[in-house]
Design a protein. Structure first.
Length: 510
């Protein structure tokens, strides 16, 4: 071989080696950039209520209603107290009170509400998919002893006359079991909450305990939404239940809140895009419309829109109740709801960036999917930020815990088991801030044994009421997982704890 040939052969070998090294480096980069999914692995966010199997339209852990995740998606009204679990949806500043007269200078307020994504699977391209929402308005709930034979609470249309105790049911659906049941609606003025039906003459006519204050046709609610004489509301954990914890936990004045859902087209990338609205996929309803249409939306699933995806990947959408063009902001308290997408075989739905939830009071424990962390992220950190986490009352301490896979995916409800960390081959450390922070992202100087943080000791206020908690998990360099790489967030209220947890959280890998 002459010198030129030798040089050429050497160059070819060097190029091949360089090519192999480049391929290996690209593989490492791609592995390191393997995306994580925040939220949940299924096609639903929140509880999936089937009226036939869920008494009182309440979520349950046991069949036939359950198992349910025992969580609702949530968004607070634009004039709610900043410390009530949602730092992003209210105009009211920290310590600035609540209501339209609050100090409306919240630096964290945003008009975009909460973001979600429908992640269309390749096999579902070209299929008709339905985005649905459950209980999308805010409806005051009544709680009380209605008697074992009382009918389930229902929303109907009634006609009232100012100064008269006679109430007329549009369509005629009064019955004798309505006697002594509460009745409320925008027609009853200041007497709402104490007004009852004292007698029923026939299917269309009933007599009230006090005169109506206005004349017209209105939506009305008859009966106790949460009847403490029947299950599940007669269980010990429901003792002392208020309207704010009844069913979805909607907590609002009679004026209600606006509700706006808009779906956007996939822009062909792997990232959610809010650039191009999908035609026919914008449901925007005023508080007034939702209140007047309570029989349609309260405790019921509603189709937001049907669409046929033309490509796989993310179709982003927003849920908001303020900053909506053409609708004046109104309402305080919280709006709890659920979301799901139907029609696909492998399409998923999950939150983007952060998630705001309400925990069902019945639960003594609850577990939520947190983040999907593939093995390629070994040696990195999982950072979890929680606002207003672990609220409750009662004699038992309350704890919030991060657990490692397996989480139980792809089930809608996490298994609730998982691996306790730190653990060899999984995570080497778990740290947190023992003192609540007024802002997101505090330092984490304190060790969290078993990656669990006590948020309430059994007495006094919750440690993170209106504050931020950060939990950092350091993954072992040897971290690996099977096909189920879902980490979970676990709540434990003990045997005598009463959850009142309304919180917002996010998780990422850094």
């Amino acid at each position: 071989m002459d010198e030129q040939q030798a040089h050429g052969a050497h160059g070819s070998r060097r190029k091949r080696a360089l090519g192999i090294a480049l391929v290996a480096a690209m593989a490492l980069v791609l592995a390191a950039c393997q995306p994580v999914t925040f939220g949940n692995p299924g096609a639903k966010v929140g509880n999936d209520i089937d009226p036939a199997n869920c008494p009182g339209a309440e979520a349950a852990q046991a069949p036939p209603c359950g198992p349910q995740p025992m969580l609702w998606a949530s968004i607070n009204g634009p004039y709610d107290n900043y410390a009530n679990g949602d730092p992003y949806s209210t105009h009211c500043a920290p310590g600035g009170g609540l209501g339209p007269a609050c100090t409306a200078t919240n630096p964290d307020y945003r008009t975009t509400g909460y973001a979600y994504v429908i992640d269309v699977a390749p096999e579902d391209v070209g299929k008709v998919l339905d985005l649905q929402g459950y209980d999308i308005g805010t409806y005051p709930r009544s709680v009380g002893y209605g008697g074992a034979n009382a009918p389930a609470a229902r929303s109907i249309s009634v006609t009232s006359t100012s100064g008269s105790k006679t109430l007329t049911a549009v369509g005629g659906i009064f019955n004798q079991s309505d006697v002594n049941q509460p009745v409320s609606g925008p027609w009853c003025g200041t007497s709402c909450g104490s007004l009852k039906i004292v007698s029923v003459a026939n299917a269309t006519s009933a007599v009230l305990s006090a005169a109506a204050t206005v004349t017209g046709t209105w939506p009305a609610s008859i009966g106790y939404d949460c009847n403490t004489a029947t299950g599940p509301f007669n269980a010990a954990r429901y003792l002392g239940l208020s309207g704010a914890g009844c069913q979805t936990g909607d907590d609002s004045d009679l004026g209600g809140q606006n509700f706006d859902v808009q779906l956007f087209d996939n822009d062909g990338t792997e990232a959610p895009s809010f650039a191009n609205p999908l035609p026919g996929c914008h449901l925007s309803l005023s508080a007034e419309t939702l209140t007047a249409s309570a029989p349609t939306f309260k405790n019921a699933w509603t189709t937001v829109c049907s669409f046929t995806p033309t490509k796989k990947g993310p179709y982003a959408f927003r849920v908001r109740n303020s900053g909506i063009p053409g609708l004046a902001d109104t309402g305080q308290g919280g709006n709890q709801y659920a979301l799901k997408v139907l029609g696909g075989s492998a399409t998923k739905l999950h939150a983007v960036n952060d998630q705001s939830v309400y925990v069902v009071p019945m639960a003594s424990t609850a577990t939520a999917y947190l983040i999907d962390v593939p093995a390629a992220n070994a040696g990195k950190k999982i950072v979890v930020d929680l606002y207003d986490a672990g609220d409750g009352s009662g004699a038992s301490p309350i704890a919030v815990q991060v657990k490692a896979p397996p989480g139980g995916a792809p089930s809608v409800v996490p298994a609730g088991t998982g691996v306790t960390v730190p653990a060899a081959g999984v995570a080497t450390a778990c740290d947190h801030n023992a003192i609540g922070s007024p802002t997101i992202g505090p330092a984490t100087p304190d060790v969290a044994d078993a990656c669990a943080v006590t948020t309430y000791t059994g007495t006094g206020p919750s440690a993170y009421n209106g504050k931020w908690l950060r939990i950092e998990v350091t993954l072992d360099p040897a971290y690996t997982c099977s096909s189920d790489c879902w980490w979970t967030l676990h709540w434990d209220w003990g045997t005598a704890g009463l959850p009142t947890d309304r919180l917002t959280y996010t998780a990422k890998v850094v």
